[in-house]
Design a protein around this ligand. Structure first.
Ligand SMILES: [Zn+2]
Length: 297
């Protein structure tokens, strides 16, 4: 019977083998939920007790619960499995590695923050794309009265019990447009801040209802102020856009420390900076600095 720490170690091994690699083969004969798209990249592997969750870059989560009998094994491609094929419940193959889950009674997929999976968490928030004004006021109040007072606003915005529609791109863009720190504890927000955030979210979501590239700011080349612009200059204050992983699923949050200073926590409670390859434009900029050229020459 696997204990939480066994699954913890399993998750660490799976993380090393799977994260950052595209899935070349996925088999799950008893899967409940949508099938992961071939070629999508695994972004995160996480364990909670006997639950193991694998998150893809399009927000799909594979949840397996081990109960008494289940286990995950990791093999090299072509290596012989240590359990029989008929006990197999999931196969995830990436270049070089095959992760196999045997005998897990629960194998399901869902999109992040799917309310149907957490019926105990209460009612789903109003949909910002369609909600009438009185429901928008309710969303603002749900932020203001958010039960976890230490939660940071960037995480609260992804909680679909507050409001539906805000995803990982929008949360960064909304907070930039409000000049509010993504790490502001929800307890520090005034009612007017909550209204401003919901208004910005509603405006952005409704402006992007038709298909096409997501644009949150028409005055910025590319249409986005901070999302995926790490290492580039902020168009408002010329400081450098930063990125960090945040929250349960460690999704990326982008922000400008130069102008998103409102409600920034006094002491630094932010997670350590992410080591990422700089944006291509930033890398080019760095490589063309005069002293770099001198070294190269
Ligand atoms: Zn800025």
């Amino acid at each position: 019977m696997p204990e939480g720490d066994t699954i913890h170690r399993t998750a660490a091994a799976l993380r090393t083998a799977l994260v950052g690699r595209p899935v070349t083969r996925f088999i799950a004969p008893r899967l409940y939920g949508p099938t992961p798209t071939a070629g999508r990249v695994i972004e995160h592997v996480e364990s909670h007790g006997k639950h193991l969750e694998i998150l893809w870059d399009d927000g799909l989560v594979l949840h397996t619960h081990m109960r008494m009998s289940g286990s995950w094994h990791l093999y090299r491609v072509g290596e012989r499995w240590r359990k029989s094929d008929n006990q197999m419940r999931v196969v995830i193959e990436v270049p070089e590695w095959v992760a196999v889950c045997f005998n897990a009674p629960v194998v399901e997929t869902y999109r992040e923050f799917d309310i149907h999976r957490h019926p105990g968490f209460g009612k789903l928030g109003p949909d910002l794309c369609t909600a009438p004004v009185r429901d928008l006021e309710l969303c603002a109040r749900r932020i203001y009265e958010y039960p976890d007072r230490d939660a940071v606003i960037a995480d609260v915005l992804l909680d679909q019990h507050v409001a539906c529609g805000v995803g990982n791109v929008y949360r960064s863009e909304i907070l930039w447009s409000c000049a509010i720190s993504p790490f502001a504890p929800v307890s520090s927000l005034e009612p007017s801040d909550c209204v401003q955030i919901i208004n910005a979210a509603t405006r952005m979501l409704r402006a992007n209802l038709s298909h096409g590239p997501r644009i949150t700011n028409r005055d910025i080349p590319g249409g986005l102020a901070v999302y995926s612009r790490n290492g580039q200059r902020c168009v408002r204050c010329t400081d450098t856009v930063h990125v960090k992983r945040l929250g349960e699923h460690a999704r990326l949050v982008y922000w400008c420390p130069g102008c998103q200073t409102r409600l920034a926590p006094q002491r630094d409670i932010t997670p350590p900076s992410l080591e990422m390859d700089p944006h291509p434009a930033a890398a080019k900029y760095l490589s063309e600095l005069p002293w770099r050229r001198d070294i190269a020459g």
